[in-house]
Design a binder for this molecule. Structure first.
Ligand SMILES: CC(C)(COP(=O)(O)OP(=O)(O)OC[C@H]1O[C@@H](n2cnc3c(N)ncnc32)[C@H](O)[C@@H]1OP(=O)(O)O)[C@@H](O)C(=O)NCCC(=O)NCCS
Length: 332
């Protein structure tokens, strides 16, 4: 019997209007456009402005867009998985809130917390639910409002992160297209280099934690860079080898957009020319769980049925991984 695979059948995305440029950051912290561009590749990032708006408010238009594209009602969604480190609330899950807002009344839903690898972890989990044969339509959301946990007086982090959301629909495929393989990894020892100190059960929020600025991203950039550069490149290369793929067989690399130098190192390890690498870090910075689906959203019209695509990420945890997708449809 032919194995059922889970294929991406529609993509949606959303980025907020407001552009925080390198120039504007120059007026906020001691930095400059040239440094940011050469060290990270970032020129601007989007910021969600507005009282009372959270991650779900970016995810909603992304999910509605993919429903419209696929011609389905949100009522047909069986399950929605949201990858995020900036949930609307500590609980309930942002996935529950998104379902409520889009009217996905028949879906069960939950969040996945795997930082910048969250979308890949959620995608692989959703694919397994499709492969089980028990569910037909699963939406995977990657969203982060990083501006809600960034200290805009810390030049080492505020230049990197931005806000945005992407979402894909997974459905069963019997043509052998879709998610074919994944290598996913985590190492909790890496938490020392990238985390948020307060607001969890170890250090609940108090006046003191706020005054000590412990509700912001803490990052040891150099250490994270070192692990990311080898982790993302190794896992992407291993996935190629394991599936007997050469650089010629791969149509696209969709890398997590954390730093252009990490992306270049991964592409170079895989032997891929720049033309095959999706890069939009200059426009959006690092949107954490949003980067990979936002790339798919931007490039969707160039993707062809049968294209071999490798999605690759590294992030807090540490978490990292790569997923091989054979694209399932030609866009109209
Ligand atoms: C954060 C990051 C961009 C910093 O780049 P870097 O090349 O490692 O820079 P360093 O931290 O070594 O700093 C180099 C110098 O630039 C300075 N600097 C740091 N940030 C600066 C900024 N925004 N503007 C200007 N100068 C800056 C430092 O103070 C340091 O100066 P010094 O040499 O006089 O001490 C880089 O380490 C990185 O991208 N790390 C990975 C981040 C990541 O992927 N995070 C998400 C996980 S998915």
């Amino acid at each position: 019997m032919k194995k059922t695979t889970a294929a991406i059948t529609a993509v949606g995305g959303y980025v907020p209007e407001y552009r925080l440029t390198n120039k504007e950051l120059e007026s906020m912290v001691d930095t400059n456009d040239e440094w940011i561009k050469t060290r990270t590749g970032i020129e601007e990032r989007r910021i969600l402005k507005g009282e009372g708006l959270g991650s779900s408010d970016m995810a909603v238009p992304a999910v509605l867009e993919l429903c419209e594209k696929r011609g389905i009602s949100p009522l047909e969604i069986d399950c929605l998985i949201c990858a995020t480190v900036t949930p609307d609330l500590v609980f309930p899950a942002t996935a529950n809130i998104i379902c409520d807002k889009v009217g996905a009344a028949n879906a069960f839903s939950f969040d996945v917390g795997a930082a910048c690898s969250g979308f890949l972890f959620a995608l692989t989990s959703g694919a397994a639910l499709i492969e089980s044969g028990r569910y037909k339509k699963i939406v995977i959301v990657g969203v982060d409002k990083m501006s809600s946990i960034i200290d805009y007086s810390d030049r080492s982090t505020c230049i990197i992160f931005g806000d945005g959301a992407g979402a894909v629909l997974l459905e069963a495929n019997d043509e052998g297209n879709g998610l074919l393989d994944s290598i996913l990894k985590s190492d909790g020892n890496g938490r020392q280099y990238l985390h948020m100190k307060a607001g969890g059960s170890v250090l609940p929020s108090t006046v003191e934690t706020v005054l000590a600025k412990q509700h912001y991203v803490y990052q040891e950039g150099k250490a994270v860079f070192k692990f990311a550069v080898t982790g993302m490149a190794d896992v992407s290369f291993d996935l190629m080898q394991r599936n007997n793929l050469t650089a010629d067989d791969i149509a696209w690399l969709v890398p997590h957009q954390a730093n252009l130098r990490i992306i270049d190192a991964t592409a170079s390890r895989m032997g891929l020319p720049k033309e095959k690498v999706m890069i939009n870090i200059q426009k959006y910075g690092n949107t954490t769980a949003g980067t990979i689906p936002l790339c798919l959203w931007e490039w969707q019209n160039q993707l062809k049925k049968g294209d071999n695509i490798i999605l690759s990420a590294f992030g807090g945890g540490f978490t990292w991984g790569a997923t091989l997708v054979k694209w399932a449809y030609d866009s109209k």
